[in-house]
Write a protein that binds this ligand. Structure first.
Ligand SMILES: *Cc1c(COP(=O)(O)O)cnc(C)c1O
Length: 379
């Protein structure tokens, strides 16, 4: 049975009439960048995340970059983030001229190990960027306590976690800034690149809003140096059609995750993903670990072998992420970085399997069967 990693056709087809109407509305308006449609999406998302300000931007990456710029972080500064994350978290730190300092991750939840982060603070540390990886909130009480003890701001990389809550508080609303992405693989999947920066701080919001549009208060009069981080009106209009369904998409992902865990928990050599009980995990990814014992018959990385096996059975999967950030070539000049054993193990053992909302029960069964068969063949 064919099981793609992600299938957006079904989801978007059910909203086709409304999406077309949104397109017509923007076409007729003649306003294609920022404007009413973007403001409407900003109002809706600010309410969802429970923040004063939401700022529509060109991507999740640009949301992180804009947050760092608005906080004035630059050369000579250090910013702590997890090493086991998508590149953008660390790349943006380097792009403003600061040094990314990497911390290890929690073995259970894959998120920032706060105790390890604490050990990496120096007089140059200027901010912390926890990541709500795979849709699970990071340990924010610990992160905020650590940041507050050192008078540092926190930027939440919530790109994978729009709608998730940490102890009842929406992620993105806890730190100074929260960054979200509408990249098609995220829970609120857009129609191109797009993102959102949120904050409840008046001064930071004003600064970020200015910097989104080349730092210009009035056209051609530039108060600060910013960039073009603007969101397209069409994209905002289309996202506004999908936003009311976000909660039901996440519900379906949670249900799919529960089913996988029930079925896969029993299998030897497979570690199902852990969720902290007080965390509102919204399962942007369902990420297994493949860690065989002594009686394993094959040479080579078993996780890579499983990926191949799944591909043969027409089952999509992805390695999020095969190389931690402290081992990336582009950051080598900042190093040498110390080893981060948990991150390195996760990078070798993790594999994400299809979890999208429209996934059918039979498709999930096919994934489970293929994994069981792979284990059977190799042990
Ligand atoms: C997707 C993602 C980003 C970047 O978002 P884009 O919209 O693709 O630029 C940043 N951080 C994490 C953890 C992500 O998953």
């Amino acid at each position: 049975m064919k099981v793609p990693l992600l299938d957006l056709k079904q989801q978007n087809a059910s909203l086709a009439a409304e999406l077309r109407a949104a397109f017509e509305r923007v076409l007729d308006s003649g306003q294609f960048i920022l404007g009413r449609e973007v403001e409407e999406l900003e109002r809706q998302t600010a309410a969802l995340v429970n923040v004063k300000y939401a700022i529509g931007v060109s991507s999740g990456t640009d949301a992180i970059l804009l947050a760092l710029m608005a906080l004035g972080i630059g050369p000579g500064d250090e910013v702590i983030c997890p090493s086991f994350t998508f590149f953008a978290t660390a790349g943006c730190i380097a792009r403003v001229g600061a040094k990314p300092v990497f911390a290890d991750s929690c073995e259970l939840c894959f998120n920032l190990d706060v105790e390890d982060a604490a050990r990496r603070i120096t007089p140059r540390t200027k901010a912390i960027i926890p990541v709500h990886l795979f849709g699970q909130p990071a340990e924010m009480d610990g992160v905020m306590k650590l940041a507050e003890a050192h008078g540092m701001p926190v930027i939440e990389d919530a790109a994978q976690a729009l709608g998730a809550a940490y102890r009842g508080r929406p992620v993105g609303s806890i730190g100074a800034f929260g960054a979200f992405s509408f990249y098609p693989s995220k829970n609120l999947s857009g129609f191109g690149d797009g993102g959102l920066l949120v904050t409840s701080d008046d001064t930071l919001a004003e600064k970020a809003r200015l910097m989104r549009n080349h730092g210009a208060e009035a056209k051609y009069f530039h108060k600060v140096v910013g960039g073009n981080f603007r969101l397209a009106a069409l994209h905002a209009a289309l996202l506004s059609v999908k936003l009311p369904h976000l909660a039901s998409y996440s519900e379906a992902r949670i249900k799919n995750a529960c089913y996988y865990t029930t079925r896969l928990r029993e299998l030897a050599f497979i570690m199902t993903p852990g969720a902290h009980s007080d965390n509102g995990h919204i399962w942007n990814q369902y990420t297994l670990r493949v860690a065989p014992g002594d009686n394993w018959k094959q040479d080579g990385n078993p996780r890579d072998a499983l990926k191949k096996h799944l591909a043969v059975h027409e089952i999509g999967s992805e390695i999020y992420y095969p190389r931690p950030m402290h081992m990336q070539e582009c950051f080598a000049h900042f190093g040498p970085y110390p080893a981060l054993p948990v991150c390195e193990r996760l990078a070798a053992e993790c594999i994400s399997v299809p979890i999208y909302p429209e996934l059918a029960r039979e498709q999930q069964d096919a994934v489970v069967t293929a994994i069981a068969e792979f284990l059977e063949e190799n042990s």
